[in-house]
Design a protein around this ligand. Structure first.
Ligand SMILES: *[C@@H]1O[C@H](CO)[C@@H](O)[C@H](O)[C@H]1NC(C)=O
Ligand SMILES: *[C@@H]1O[C@H](CO)[C@@H](O)[C@H](O)[C@H]1NC(C)=O
Ligand SMILES: *[C@@H]1O[C@H](CO)[C@@H](O)[C@H](O)[C@H]1NC(C)=O
Ligand SMILES: *[C@@H]1O[C@H](CO)[C@@H](O)[C@H](O)[C@H]1NC(C)=O
Ligand SMILES: *[C@@H]1O[C@H](CO)[C@@H](O)[C@H](O)[C@H]1NC(C)=O
Ligand SMILES: *[C@@H]1O[C@H](CO)[C@@H](O)[C@H](O)[C@H]1NC(C)=O
Ligand SMILES: *[C@@H]1O[C@H](CO)[C@@H](O)[C@H](O)[C@H]1NC(C)=O
Length: 445
């Protein structure tokens, strides 16, 4: 433990300055209904831009149904009072609490972690071998993203660092985080797992963070040991702002290193944790943040600065260039969305019907599959017509989304889509995850 802390201190560098006006941060995770706290952490922050004397409070609903309350304030005493107002008197705390004590001595540069009350539960920090992936400067003045390993054995150590590097490069390359890359540090923190891979069927394996899937489906990955992840991230001090739990095969960004989907999922999940945006796909319910508008009024559109000058693009009137910009919703509709998550068999196709209004210029059949590596494994039909599906090259058994664009009007009335497994050898693995049909207006719409 001691040795580990020294290593961490080295990595963190000269840790925290002891300026009189140091901001402190309190994070509490609690059940919003019973108001029972599940976790609390209190630490000094290196910086917090634009912090007023009143402090900063943020509340966020987590996927788990819990609520995350964050308070940043210069006055540590105020944080303790606030903590008690959230979680009850300190001597009654029987949940996971991490408090960073004052640095022992500035020159030793060590962070000492201690419980503040004997009744609170602590968990050991797992051993962490931390390597820089892509770094841009001192962690005290950067946003630090750390990949943690789950389901990688000591033999799979190199694979972990390769997977993490590939993902960091992907999301900080030409898009997504490219424009803010100089403000980011990416690190990888390796902990060997006793067993390889993440758990399935709702059961975690013997791994540091206990990641698992619900069934066998390549859908969500869950974590069973949030307190270990919190300890691990906390132990890295200013070097860990956003932990990313990466499992081989909410609060934490949980991803898999899938070659096809890893970066896509990481982008999406970091959108929730770093940027605080809601969903971006059809059929969800949480649409909020800078990528969502519930009103076509320009003032209500967070991305209005990116809109094509509407007076040129959308108006046919000669006097239009004098008009205020106008916006419109592009015409589209989704007559079918289903999440079958079903294993396919050769005896009976999976099929469903939907209705079209017959008023759109073109349509898209969008579906996702896993366990179907070959073209001859599956036939996808719309109204009995083979859509000529081919798998993504090298997809193997991984999940992938396919878009089949059909530039013609769907006639008004009932239609159907069907998925027929043709290769009996794929039974037990071939899975239809999702199906959608989307219809769109023509170029002028
Ligand atoms: C960025 O885009 C260029 C040009 O399209 C491409 O050659 C390069 O590989 C891309 N880099 C990354 C990191 O994706
Ligand atoms: C949409 O914008 C208009 C004009 O600004 C406003 O009157 C209306 O309340 C807004 N509607 C919603 C749902 O925000
Ligand atoms: C759109 O273009 C017109 C003509 O060039 C200009 O007067 C107007 O300010 C532009 N509007 C926006 C929102 O950029
Ligand atoms: C085969 O798949 C179809 C469509 O998903 C399903 O209705 C049927 O129950 C399956 N049959 C067997 C034997 O699993
Ligand atoms: C399509 O519309 C017809 C007429 O309203 C209705 O009877 C039928 O159930 C609809 N089919 C589906 C799949 O919703
Ligand atoms: C699907 O559509 C085709 C073409 O309209 C039709 O022949 C077939 O009976 C439909 N199948 C089902 C199961 O509705
Ligand atoms: C559909 O085809 C028309 C005519 O070739 C073309 O102008 C239009 O761009 C196409 N639309 C789509 C969405 O591909």
């Amino acid at each position: 433990m001691r040795q580990l802390l020294s290593i961490l201190a080295l990595l963190v560098g000269s840790v925290l300055s002891t300026g009189a006006r140091q901001p402190h941060e309190l994070v509490a995770i609690r059940d919003p209904v019973s108001q029972q706290c599940r976790h609390l952490a209190l630490r000094e922050l290196a910086q917090f831009r634009g912090l007023s004397d009143d402090g900063y409070v943020a509340r966020k609903a987590l996927d788990t149904g819990e609520e995350r309350v964050q308070l940043v304030h210069y006055d540590k005493g105020y944080l303790w009072t606030y903590a008690e107002s959230l979680c009850g008197k300190r001597d009654t705390w029987n949940f996971h609490v991490i408090v960073q004590e004052e640095p022992l001595a500035e020159q030793s540069g060590q962070i000492v972690l201690q419980t503040s009350t004997s009744s609170s539960y602590r968990t050991e920090v797992p051993p962490l071998e931390v390597e820089p992936l892509i770094t841009s400067g001192d962690s005290r003045n950067r946003v630090d993203l750390v990949f943690f390993a789950d389901g990688y054995t000591s033999e799979e150590r190199d694979k972990f660092f390769d997977d993490a590097m590939r993902l960091a490069e992907d999301i900080s390359g030409n898009q997504t985080f490219y424009t803010v890359k100089p403000l980011l540090n990416f690190w990888a923190a390796f902990t060997p797992s006793k067993e390889s891979g993440v758990g399935s069927g709702g059961k975690p394996k013997d791994t540091p963070f206990g990641l698992y899937r619900d069934g066998t489906e390549l859908r969500a990955v869950y974590y069973s040991k949030p307190e270990v992840a919190r300890e691990a991230c906390f132990s890295l001090g200013t070097q860990c702002d956003y932990p990313i739990l990466m499992g081989l095969g909410g609060e934490f960004t949980v991803i898999t290193p899938s070659l096809a989907n890893g970066a896509l999922v990481l982008r999406h999940e970091l959108g929730h944790s770093v940027i605080d945006v809601g969903e971006e796909y059809d059929g969800g319910f949480a649409y909020f943040g800078v990528n969502a508008a519930h009103n076509v009024t320009v003032a209500d559109i967070p991305w209005a600065h990116w809109l094509t000058n509407s007076s040129h693009a959308h108006s046919h009137s000669a006097s239009a260039s004098k008009e205020a910009p106008t916006t419109r919703v592009e015409r589209s509709v989704m007559p079918l969305q289903a999440y079958p998550w079903t294993l396919l068999n050769t005896s009976e196709p999976w099929a469903t019907a939907f209705n079209s209004s017959g008023t759109y210029a073109w349509h898209l059949v969008r579906f996702s599959l896993s366990g179907l590596p070959e073209k001859d494994d599956l036939r996808v039909e719309l109204d009995g017509r083979d859509l000529g599906w081919v798998p993504r090259a090298d997809i193997g058994v991984d999940r992938w989304h396919y878009d089949i664009k059909l530039n013609r009007t769907l006639a008004g009335g009932e239609h159907n889509v069907s998925f027929t497994l043709r290769n009996a050898k794929r039974k037990g693995e071939a899975q239809l995850c999702s199906v959608e049909v989307l219809e769109f207006g023509d170029e002028d719409e």
